[in-house]
Write a protein that binds this ligand. Sequence first.
Ligand code: AMP
Length: 173
Amino acid sequence: MFLILYGIQGSGKGTQGQLLARRLGIPHVSTGEILRTLSLQKTPEGQALKAQIDNGQLISDEQMTRILEHHLPDSVILDGYPRTRRQAEMLDDIATVDHVLHIELHEEEAKRRALARGRHDDTAEAIHYRMQQYYREAAAILEYYETRGKLVKINGDQPIEDVYVEICRALNV
Ligand code: AMP
């Protein structure tokens, strides 16, 4: 099963991804985590990635997709990708997506949660910038999957357990 968890920063993609991975016995792959690991390398590539991540900038679609390809099993819960419509198109060239779970959450609560998790790239400025980027691309990405009949809407404005139950019901697992 190839699942995508889609939603604004702070919507609970990481948390739900881990819960689902355990339930379904398939890996949870977070592009943010892959990039944070690569950014620890003291190579020019690592240093360049670190600068981009710390500023909340997106890695280019080409570089991101190249990196992702090396970490993509057939069955997966993908979190953090696609961030652009172009990435959605590129993914269709290398994988077959079954469902895209859109965890819906309004901006205020998303900001509050993202700030509370205290990751080192989660400064108020970086979060604000990433959310602007999110809204710039969100409509196009959602439309892309909606027209292909792959979009499932999940109410993210509820406790973790309830979001999880809603997702499991939607997937029939
Ligand atoms: P995340 O953990 O999903 O919040 O991602 C952390 C950072 O990694 C983002 O702010 C971007 O700089 C980078 N990143 C993660 N996923 C992608 C992606 N699909 N495309 C471009 N940049 C990404």
